[in-house]
Design a protein around this ligand. Structure first.
Ligand code: ADP
Ligand code: MG
Length: 381
């Protein structure tokens, strides 16, 4: 395989055609590439823009063979079969690597790598059988028991106060491998998106300050309202972790700001663009999706500068009426400093990410309050 950059109009492939795949496809098409998307959903958002939609299961041999003929392949989600990515890598350039995806899929591996990189996590223990529930766990209480794999948006985790709670929670999670994590004194949640081609070509976007509602990201404010030295340290830590993983691609690193000292600990990583990086489309000199395209093509990441303070607000299916009535788009569409992005999903369900909008303002605080205001006005009722 050559290390020469891949140039337009080469065909790029992506595993997954949800909103992340869709925004990737738009970026790639704008840059002159062609795109093949593999997604079993006939109405996958990315199918609106892709040149070829392989509508097949993710392990479909014929579809994977077609994908392997692309000049390079990437993924929009971590729960892809890491082995399929390793197989694809026999035939074409794949980024991120199957190894990195495998680490991000499993909290036990993930936390071990974070620690190996010399970075702090919440105190934790891997729990693989009920024998692991013993007095050694007491220092981790009150804590959170999280399944090692397949957790997202707060699913697959249970808060525990006592050893008996841990026992009950482990049973409730069907005794699958878990981590028990100490509950930390959270002051803020931030994320740093790293764009890395190699050691010499590695950049971060400004950290985003993330606010969740019901376990789902609701708002990302950029720049994060934290001291500059904390933001700088967050960027350094994210770069360190990417280096430890020898990561190629776009990597999102979620961190917690803990206690009065504002200590930074790493919570988890995503081997792909991230919901908290959607503002980069409207507010940065390059978007996280352009970076994904560039890096998979062997090009160095573009300038990541934040051009204006901003706030991204998620639009969930909850905003639709019971009979599918659309949210009231008018106010946000009439707001000239708000940018609406809808993903083209046909069915709105509670908690489903249907779109987002980004408000640009001269201060992060202002962008946040305007975004909350606009969000309130969207509700169908
Ligand atoms: P998910 O994969 O669902 O995003 P996370 O590990 O990010 O799982 O946990 C979801 C949320 O739970 C976090 O965004 C944070 O608000 C809270 N949380 C997770 N771990 C801890 C912890 N150790 N201490 C305090 N709060 C936590
Ligand atoms: Mg998380």
């Amino acid at each position: 395989m050559t290390s020469l950059p891949i140039l337009p109009p080469a065909m790029l492939g992506i595993l997954g055609g949800g909103q992340l795949g869709s925004m990737f496809t738009l970026a790639a098409k704008t840059m002159g590439y062609r795109v093949t998307v593999l997604d079993p959903d006939p109405n996958a958002p990315a199918a609106r823009f892709a040149d070829i939609h392989l509508c097949a299961p993710y392990d479909d041999a014929t579809a994977l063979t077609q994908l392997s003929q692309c000049a390079a392949v990437t993924t929009e989600f971590e729960n892809v079969n890491a082995q399929a990515m390793k197989d694809l890598a026999q035939h074409t350039r794949v980024s991120p690597s199957g190894e990195c995806v495998a680490v991000a899929q499993n909290r036990i591996l993930e936390k071990a790598r974070i620690t190996q990189a010399g970075l702090a996590t919440a105190p934790y223990r891997a729990m693989t059988s009920s024998d692991d529930i013993n007095d050694d766990c007491i220092s981790l209480l009150p804590g959170i028991l999280k399944t090692a794999t397949l957790g997202y948006d707060g699913k697959g985790q249970i808060r525990v106060q006592t050893l008996a709670d841990v026992q009950a929670a482990f049973a409730q999670l069907n005794q699958v491998p878990c981590v028990l994590e100490k509950q930390v004194d959270l002051r803020a949640e931030i994320s740093v998106i790293v764009c890395r081609l190699n050691a010499e070509n590695s950049l971060t976007f400004d950290p985003a300050e993330n606010h969740h509602e019901n376990g789902i990201l609701a708002y990302s404010i950029v720049p994060a309202r934290l001291p500059e030295n904390v933001c700088q340290q967050a960027r350094q830590m994210a770069l360190r972790l990417a280096e430890e993983l020898d990561y190629v691609g776009v990597l999102a690193v979620e961190m917690f700001v803990v206690g009065d000292e504002q200590q930074l600990i790493v919570n988890e990583i995503a081997p792909r663009p991230h919901n908290s990086g959607h503002h980069t489309i409207d507010a940065c000199s390059s978007s996280q999706f352009q970076q994904q395209v560039r890096i998979m093509c062997g090009l160095p990441p573009a300038d990541t500068r934040l051009l204006t303070p901003c706030c991204m607000a998620n639009i969930l299916g909850d905003l639709w009426g019971n009979a599918g009535e659309e949210p009231r788009w008018q106010t946000v569409q009439n707001t000239t400093n708000a940018h609406l992005h809808l993903y083209g999903k046909l069915v709105a369900r509670k908690g489903r990410k249907m779109g987002h909008f980004t408000v640009l303002a001269d201060q992060a605080d202002k962008a946040f309050s305007q975004a909350k205001n606009l969000h309130q006005q969207l509700s169908f009722e």
